[in-house]
Design a protein around this ligand. Structure first.
Ligand code: SF4
Length: 180
């Protein structure tokens, strides 16, 4: 029997190549939980896109629609202008929820589509995921899919997917615009 993996889905675009990479070795269960996406209109666009991608790929996804931005801000606001620490706490919130879901379902392995993005801190994601895995007695699967970034983007373009212009939070939006 193929082993299951819970894959935290940060967005539909990042899911395409991640699913392609994992699907021969695992039974994939997507898990959506992203209170880091602001404003809410942007959150809805990415949610709909992820839904479309999963339908098209014929894979299951579980929707955690908690939009607890208060928890997210409590963890990240003290580090608003310290991107490294802010992102680390943001990774922690989302990956811990994913690990809790996996543990409750007796699924031994979890990972995230964030490993696809050239804009993320891959080493920090790996470290955060492994710390969480130890806490819950499960395994975190580290990946590095950055070499597929542009091919994935091309597919997203061909599928006419909504493609975001910033990572997710309001801080990342103003950083992208160069606002100090
Ligand atoms: S830039 Fe992205 S990973 Fe970092 S805190 Fe904002 S949403 Fe989270």
């Amino acid at each position: 029997m193929t082993e299951k993996v819970v894959v935290h889905i940060c967005c539909g675009v990042c899911a395409i190549k991640t699913v392609e990479f994992l699907q021969n070795d695992f039974e994939i269960i997507g898990y959506w939980y992203n209170p880091n996406i602001h404003p809410y209109e942007e959150y809805r666009k990415r949610l709909q896109t992820a839904g479309y991608v999963f339908q098209r790929l014929g894979k299951d996804i579980v929707w955690n629609l908690d939009y607890n931005i208060d928890d997210w801000f409590a963890l990240t606001l003290p580090f608003a202008r310290d991107r490294k620490q802010r992102c680390k706490n943001c990774y922690f919130l989302r990956l811990e929820k994913t690990a809790q879901f996996a543990k409750n379902r007796n699924i031994r392995i979890f990972t995230t589509t964030m490993f696809y993005s050239i804009h993320q801190d891959i080493e920090e994601i790996k470290k955060t995921g492994e710390d969480i895995a130890r806490k819950y007695g499960i395994e975190f699967l580290p990946l590095d899919l950055r070499q597929h970034y542009y091919a994935g983007k091309e597919i997203a373009k061909n599928w006419h997917l909504y493609r975001q212009r910033y990572c997710g939070c309001l801080f990342s939006e103003i950083e992208r615009e160069g606002v100090k």
